[in-house]
Design a protein around this ligand. Structure first.
Ligand code: ADP
Ligand code: MG
Length: 242
């Protein structure tokens, strides 16, 4: 179980919705601490893939290994506890709870029996690391768009992840706000967290990621070093030719 050097090793993932094949045999790997971009036109299956990895969906075929363990059929809850975290494309805070409680709840959920005091301490650290310390007692409704994105990442961090999947965490943000989220991701990655970045903002993907995987219509059409992948003729066609 410990011989697999990959943190994530997904192979042959197939997901259908009725007669429609959203993922058609996708292979995808991540090494510990790696920064991987996942790009593709709208509807190409990126979020569906994330859902198959995190356990929100079960694929019809294929296998997902996380740190060598087969998690293909584990619940999302179990996967989160193992260190697999995602942020949602549309932030999903608990609206009736404070910013601090929004971190503490997933933290308690992930930690299980850990003491309340410890959870409170860790919540403080996470709030600080996503720059929301001063907003701890406020409600999510009072946050700006970029602060909501930071809260969403903070909620993912509460699970103490080894792999963080950021699904369009930057959509709709200004250039400087994009930089702010990127800086946060760089810092988290520096602490050893592998990151899968799903993003349409190309400068963010090419700037942050070592490797890029391209999905088109549920199939992987490219996978390699960022600069090479962006020059791939099929990738240019997928983005420019439609
Ligand atoms: P992306 O994230 O790359 O934009 P998605 O993974 O959200 O793409 O969607 C891939 C395809 O699967 C789209 O055609 C979408 O309409 C379809 N799809 C996604 N989720 C569902 C679902 N729950 N039921 C039916 N079709 C879905
Ligand atoms: Mg999506």
């Amino acid at each position: 179980q410990t011989t697999n050097p990959l943190i994530l090793d997904a192979s042959g993932i197939v997901k259908r919705f009725g007669g429609f094949t959203a993922l058609d045999g996708v292979d995808f790997t991540v090494r510990p601490g790696e920064r991987v971009g996942l790009i593709g036109p709208n509807g190409s299956g990126k979020s569906t893939f994330v859902n198959c990895i995190t356990g929100a969906l079960v694929p019809e075929a294929g296998r997902v290994l996380f740190e060598g363990a087969d998690i293909t059929r584990l619940s999302a809850h179990r996967r989160a506890r193992m260190g697999l975290a995602r942020s949602f494309q549309i932030p999903r805070p608990f609206k009736g709870m404070t910013i601090r409680e929004n971190i503490e709840i997933p933290l308690a959920f992930a930690a299980g029996e850990t003491s309340r005091r410890k959870s409170a301490e860790r919540a403080g650290e996470i709030l600080h690391s996503v720059g929301l310390g001063p907003r701890a007692a406020d409600l999510p409704a009072s946050l700006s768009q970029v602060e909501l994105r930071r809260l969403e990442l903070g909620r993912a961090l509460a699970a103490n992840p080894r792999l963080l999947i950021a699904d369009e965490a930057m959509a709709g943000l200004s250039d400087s706000e994009v930089d702010e989220i990127l800086e946060l991701l760089v810092r988290l990655n520096g602490e050893g967290i592998a990151v899968i970045l799903i993003e349409h903002i190309m400068r963010a993907v090419t700037g942050f990621c070592e490797r890029i995987v391209v999905l088109v219509a549920g199939k992987k059409i490219a996978d390699g070093a960022a600069a090479e992948v962006m020059r791939h003729p099929d990738v240019e066609r997928a983005y420019l030719g439609q």
